[in-house]
Design a protein around this ligand. Structure first.
Ligand code: CP
Length: 302
């Protein structure tokens, strides 16, 4: 069993389905999470070198629900600020007895870290624009809660796709399933790598893309990763790409709307749509804890 979760490309369909079933078992009938002291001798460090609310907090809650010791590593007051490398930082934590690092970093350092410190277990908590595997698992879990199967769905992903590690991991995960269609939509300047994509078709007109969709994944404009020349006019963007009531009505009547968060409310999604029954974004956040309990259990046992 691999003790590192670096990418969804490393998981088979069965492994994804097993993780989803495992995560469901951590949710009580009343929606609360099971608390079991399964790993009292394990210490997990959350190292988030980029901002996070959902991923970091859900990993911390998940680890505590499993009885782990959790080190909330503060990058701002750490010796990273004195120029210490991420490699020496993780090595120091390993020498102190940390068993697992959940790492978010703007660069793809996690792969080398697994070679540099092989005794440590690593979970990818977000790797630049490359990969966010646990968010992909949360998204697939949320689809299974609303659709009989992940197969046979018409899926639309809309937004700033080029900078979306969530999209990259979602595509890796969904590639294990027999989806009916996968359509990418969004401003052409934000979807340059998707104009000719092997897994789906690019449709710049969202009104066409969303027609008959079963699953819609909306994405945030990642201002922090955009170059100046990529900045788009927000009013024009909303006019063309906001998921509002009129656009949602073009999708299948039981379509679900997902978003990894954080949401720029009234930019990529209107408030009315956010508050509608078809919007499952809040459920994705809750699923984040259960899925991360499943991932931690799996990879701590690896
Ligand atoms: N979806 C997600 O990664 O959210 P955070 O940046 O808040 O962790």
């Amino acid at each position: 069993m691999n003790k590192n979760l670096l990418s969804l490309a490393q998981l088979s369909r069965k492994e994804i389905e097993d993780l989803i079933s495992f995560a469901e078992k951590f949710i009580n009938d009343d929606g609360t999470f099971k608390k079991e002291s399964l790993f009292p001798d394990k210490t997990i460090a959350n190292i988030f070198c980029e901002p996070s609310t959902r991923t970091k907090s859900s990993f911390e809650i998940a680890a505590k629900n499993l009885g782990c010791n959790v080190l909330d590593f503060d990058t701002e007051t750490s010796s990273l600020q004195k120029g210490e490398s991420i490699y020496d930082t993780v090595d120091a934590l390993s020498l102190m007895g940390v068993d697992m690092c959940v790492l978010r970093h703007s660069e793809s350092v996690i792969h080398e870290l697994t070679q540099y410190i092989p005794e440590m277990s690593f979970i990818n908590g977000g790797e630049g624009s490359i990969s966010h595997p646990t968010q992909g698992l949360v998204d697939l879990m949320t689809i299974t809660q609303h659709k009989e199967t992940i197969d046979d769905q018409n899926i639309v992903i809309v937004g700033d796709l080029d900078h979306s590690r969530v999209t990259a991991s979602f595509i890796e995960g969904i590639s294990n399933f027999d989806f009916k269609s996968l359509t990418f939509s969004g401003h052409p300047e934000m979807c340059k790598s998707f104009h000719n994509h092997p897994k789906g078709k690019y449709e710049p007109d969202l009104n066409i893309a969303i027609e008959g969709a079963d699953v819609i994944v909306a994405l945030r404009i990642q201002h922090e990763r955009l170059e100046a020349q990529d900045i788009v006019d927000i009013d024009q963007y909303k006019y063309e790409y906001q998921i509002n009531s009129e656009r949602l009505a073009m999708a299948h009547e039981d379509a679900i709307l997902m978003h990894p968060g954080p949401v720029n409310l009234d930019i990529e999604i209107s408030t009315m749509v956010y508050e509608s029954d078809q919007c499952v974004i809040r459920q994705q956040i809750t699923n984040g804890v259960a899925m991360r309990m499943a991932v931690l259990s799996q990879y701590l046992s690896g």
